[in-house]
Design a protein around this ligand. Structure first.
Ligand code: TXE
Length: 493
């Protein structure tokens, strides 16, 4: 098979790595290489960051009004909309995500750009009602500078959009480092940004591995903000890099989100919500509902119905419209899933369904929808993220026990609550320690709704009305109105 060849986007130019080195991206449905990309090292990252810094200072970008930046973003959203099928196909081939899922995600992407475009010229500062009558002061939101966007493989376009759009709306420039497992669509996004009219150097993409390309970018002294989505272990490296020059940070690190099913819930919806939470996207989702907490009275019925529904999931080629579950994005991820399922069983969990690779033709990295029953909540499978189609289910007797289990986690990204009791829904929405609460639904997203986590799920929020503010510095300006000479210089005014 001939490989597709990609170049990186630095300073508006399409370039190879200076070293000439390349690496391969693999198609998870086939388990074989399909694309060749530049393997950027420190020298390439240097070029990209310098280009972004120059673009940040240049009048072509710095001199644009916020309204003009908004118009560029709107145009970018339109261009994405016009190419959505192409982008959806490309992402599905690169990371093995279902075409029906990438179509949905890419189809919604223009909304993020349009919504954020509208925010660009609404970053109003304030006039301050000072307690000093001879002074006038106001605040202004200014861009931070060069932003590094570190992107994982599970939803590259979506996770880039929620960084790129607000960063540009606020007037920053950006260097994106997509995952070595799924870079293709981010390079296409940079092409569309140039086509939309963003000046050269405003959007750059460097491709390569995390410990080399990614680390060179996050420790670069000109990078003033790092927006990271990925795993906790990598995030710790990124946080250490940021300490060099106190780059601002936002971190979205996944979780172990509980889906809590009460006896009074509409069980059919709850079963669908559980499937959406853990088997959609083969569980490779930061908000995966990987802990199922089910009330005693409906536990047996819920588990039986979940197994019945999950057994009907059509596993197959992600590019086939009929498929409902595709492969793991990487061979390593499949190995993690297999190891964690084996460990769960050795710790006493009971395998109720799945737990193996399906019998399919070819070498894709597929894994069956899997369900493990746990008698105790302290098992590793209840505490650690798997990032695969593996749910751990446990019973609870009452609301207090459900809440205690829900909060017994190092993570706090999302939670699902299934009940018809309005008071209980609101009580748990208040008391569960996580950044997103879904009541009688799961895995809903919107450009208007912030996402981000409590505890070890990270910090900072993406999407929503405040997302652009996260890419700004606040400046306070003081004006002395007094005609009198400056008084005693040794006293603070
Ligand atoms: O992610 P990494 P991996 C979780 C999930 C998964 C685990 C590991 O549990 O099993 O993380 O996945 C770049 N300096 N999530 O290894 O390493 C890397 O090249 C700078 C949750 O694939 O976190 C890629 O671009 N950058 C998650 C990005 O970091 C570095 C989504 C993410 O890769 C780097 C994905 C370094 N030293 C995995 N090392 C979510 N929250 O949705 C790597 N990178």
């Amino acid at each position: 098979m001939t490989l597709a060849r990609f170049q990186m986007c630095i300073d508006g130019q399409w370039v190879d790595a200076l070293s000439g080195k390349t690496f391969h991206s693999l198609n998870p449905a086939l388990g074989e290489a399909w694309a060749e990309l530049p393997d950027a090292d420190e020298a390439d990252v240097e070029r990209a960051v310098q280009a972004a810094q120059r673009a940040f200072e240049a009048p072509a970008w710095r001199g644009l009004s916020a309204t003009a930046r908004g118009k560029l973003l709107r145009r970018l959203g339109d261009l994405i909309g016009a190419r959505k099928e192409e982008l959806a196909q490309l992402e599905s081939r690169d990371n093995g995500k279902l075409i029906r899922e990438t179509r949905g995600q890419v189809g919604y992407l223009p909304e993020f750009f349009h919504y954020t475009a509208g925010l660009a010229d609404k970053l109003e500062g304030g006039t301050l009602p000072l307690d000093k009558p001879d002074m006038f002061a106001y605040t202004v939101h200014e861009p931070i500078g060069v932003v590094a966007g570190i992107i994982p493989w599970n939803s590259p376009l979506y996770l880039t959009a929620i960084k790129l759009a607000p960063a540009l709306a606020a007037g920053n420039t950006i260097v994106l480092k997509p995952s070595e497992h799924a870079s293709a669509t981010i390079l296409e996004l940079a092409r569309l940004a140039l086509e939309a009219g963003f000046p050269a150097g405003v959007v750059n993409v460097v491709t390569g591995y995390g410990p080399s390309t990614g680390a060179a970018l996050t420790r670069h002294p000109l990078v003033r903000k790092i927006a990271f989505t990925g795993g906790a272990a990598t995030a710790r490296h990124v946080v250490r890099s940021s300490a060099e020059n106190f780059a601002k940070l936002s971190l979205e690190l996944g979780g172990k989100s509980p889906n809590i099913i009460f006896a009074d819930a509409d069980l059919e919806s709850a079963v669908n919500g559980a499937v959406a939470g853990i088997y959609a996207a083969s569980g490779q989702s930061c908000v995966a509902g990987s802990r199922l907490l089910v009330q005693d009275a409906v536990y047996d019925e819920f588990v039986a119905r979940l197994i019945e529904r999950a057994r009907r999931i059509r596993i197959g080629n992600p590019q086939d419209d009929a498929s409902e579950m595709g492969p793991m994005a990487t061979e390593q991820q499949l190995a993690i899933v297999e190891r964690m399922v084996a460990q769960a069983q050795s710790e006493g969990a009971t395998l109720l369904m799945g737990g193996r690779r399906p019998a399919l033709d070819g070498n894709g990295w597929y894994y069956e929808p899997t369900l493990l029953a746990c008698a105790r909540h302290d098992l590793t499978i209840m505490q650690e993220e798997v990032f695969g189609p593996v749910a751990a289910v446990i019973r609870f007797k009452d609301e207090a026990e459900a809440l205690a289990m829900a909060n017994d986690s190092q993570f706090g990204l999302a939670a699902g609550i299934w009940t018809r009791d309005l008071g209980r829904a609101h009580r748990l929405a208040r008391d569960v320690r996580s950044g997103i609460i879904w009541v009688n639904t799961y895995r809903a997203v919107s450009a208007m709704a912030p996402i981000g986590g409590f505890k070890n799920s990270g910090y900072g929020r993406e999407s929503g009305i405040d997302s652009v503010l996260a890419y700004t510095e606040l400046k306070t300006v003081w004006i002395n109105l007094s005609p009198a000479p400056m008084p005693d210089p040794f006293v603070m005014r």
